[in-house]
Design a protein around this ligand. Structure first.
Ligand SMILES: Nc1nc2c([nH]c(=O)n2[C@@H]2O[C@H](COP(=O)(O)OP(=O)(O)OP(=O)(O)O)[C@@H](O)[C@H]2O)c(=O)[nH]1
Length: 333
C-alpha cells in the first residue's frame, strides 16, 4: 500500500456525443494506455483551476471553470502510486484539440471505450459515462398484467434509459411472465430493462439488459454473475456493502435511503452528508435512493452521486396519475 495520494484532475470533454481521449506517453506512469486528459493538482490550486490549466497545456482547448460538472472521484492504489482521480465533465470546451505534448488525441463514443485500453482506475469513469442520470425502478403491483399496463403507461409518459423491474410481491412464475412481457415492451421503447432479484432470473429472461441484485442476493455471491456486456447493479446501505458490490464487478450501486420515503415510513434516512462520505470511499458509480424527485438531481450530483434512483418520479399507477400529469419533468442523461 502506498501512502501518499496524488490528486489528479481528470476532464471528460464532450462534443456531439463523443469524448476526447489521449494516449499516455510510453515512458509515463501507465504509459501507452489511453486516458482522459488531465494532470496533477498543484499546491494552492482548486481541482477546477488545475483542469483548466492542464487541458490547455495538453490540448490547447479553453475551458471555463463554471462549465465543469462533477462526475465521480476514484481512489486507486497502483502499488507504485496511489491516485485520487477527481473527474469532471464539460460540454463547452472552446477550440480544436491538438496533442501539444506530442500525444495522439481523438474523439470517441463512450460506448466504444474498452476497459483494457485504459489504466485500471478508469473502469468506473467509463461506466459513469454510459449510465444515465436517473435510474428508474418499477412500482408496487398486484399482478403481472397490472405491472405490464402500468409499465406501458409509464414508458409512454417518460422514457428513462435504464429501468429496474422490481416486483417483490410477485410469485416466481408471475415474475417470469412479467419480465418477459416487460422486456419486449422496453425493447419497443428502446429502453434497457434490468431484472431485479436472483441471477437465475437473468438467465430466464431472454433479451434482458442486465441484473440488479438486492443486497440479500448480492451477499451470497463472490463473483460477477452476468457477462461484462450486461449491466450489473447492487442495492447497498453501508460502506461494507459498497465494497462488496465493487468486488463483484458491479457497474453501479444504489445507496439509501438518503431521505425519508413513503415506502419506509418512520425511517429518517442517512442524509446527504453521510451519503457523500460513503460515496467518496466507493469506487463505482452510486445512485442516491429514497425520497428522490428529479429536483434532487443537482444536490445528489454535488454529493458525488451518479444521479438519482427511485419509483415516485416516473412510475404511473392509479394513485400517481394525477401527480405525474401535474408536473412532469424531463429526463436527462
Ligand atoms: N490524466 C489522467 N491520469 C490518469 C488517468 N487514469 C489514471 O489512472 N491516471 C493516473 O493519474 C496520474 C496523473 O498523472 P499525469 O502524469 O497525467 O499528471 P501530470 O501531467 O501532472 O504529470 P507530470 O507532471 O508527472 O508529467 C498518473 O499516475 C496516471 O497513471 C486518466 O484518465 N487521465
Amino acid at each position: 500500500m502506498t501512502s501518499k495520494v496524488v490528486h489528479v484532475a481528470v476532464g471528460v470533454i464532450e462534443r456531439s456525443g463523443r469524448v476526447l481521449i489521449a494516449r499516455r506517453p510510453d515512458h509515463a506512469h501507465q504509459g501507452g494506455l489511453l486516458e482522459f486528459p488531465g494532470g496533477k493538482v498543484e499546491p494552492g490550486e482548486t481541482v477546477q483551476q488545475a483542469l483548466v490549466r492542464e487541458i490547455h497545456e495538453e490540448t490547447g482547448l479553453t475551458l471555463s471553470e463554471s462549465g465543469l460538472a462533477p462526475v465521480i472521484t476514484i481512489r486507486h492504489d497502483y502499488g507504485d502510486k496511489c491516485v485520487l482521480l477527481d473527474v469532471w465533465r464539460t460540454t463547452d470546451a472552446e477550440g480544436e484539440p491538438v496533442g501539444r505534448e506530442g500525444q495522439p488525441v481523438e474523439w470517441r463514443c463512450p460506448e466504444s471505450l474498452r476497459d483494457g485500453e485504459f489504466p485500471a482506475a478508469n473502469r468506473p469513469i467509463i461506466r459513469a459515462l454510459r449510465l444515465p442520470a436517473a435510474l428508474a425502478l418499477t412500482g408496487t403491483i398486484d399482478s403481472a398484467g397490472q405491472g405490464v399496463s402500468c409499465l406501458e403507461q409509464s414508458l409512454r409518459g417518460q422514457r428513462p434509459a435504464l429501468v429496474v423491474l422490481r416486483a417483490p410481491s410477485l410469485e416466481e412464475a408471475d415474475y417470469r411472465q412479467y419480465a418477459r412481457e416487460a422486456v419486449s415492451l422496453a425493447q419497443a421503447h428502446r429502453v434497457d430493462m434490468l431484472v431485479h432479484g436472483s441471477p437465475e432470473r437473468f438467465g430466464q429472461t431472454p433479451g434482458v439488459a442486465g441484473l440488479h441484485l438486492p443486497w440479500r442476493e448480492a451477499e451470497k455471491l463472490s463473483e460477477r454473475p452476468v457477462p461484462a456486456s450486461s449491466w450489473l447493479g447492487v442495492s447497498c446501505h453501508s460502506a461494507e456493502q459498497l465494497a462488496h458490490a465493487e468486488s463483484l464487478g458491479a457497474d453501479y450501486a444504489v445507496l439509501g435511503a438518503v431521505l425519508p420515503t413513503p415506502s419506509h415510513p418512520g425511517e429518517s434516512g442517512m442524509g446527504w452528508s453521510r451519503f457523500a462520505d460513503l460515496v467518496a470511499a466507493a469506487r463505482l458509480p452510486v445512485y442516491a435512493l429514497g425520497g428522490m424527485s428529479m429536483g434532487h438531481l443537482e444536490i445528489a450530483r454535488r454529493h458525488g452521486a451518479q444521479g438519482i434512483a427511485g419509483i415516485g418520479f416516473w412510475w404511473q399507477d392509479d394513485c400517481q396519475n394525477q401527480l405525474a400529469s401535474n408536473g412532469r419533468q424531463q429526463w436527462q442523461n
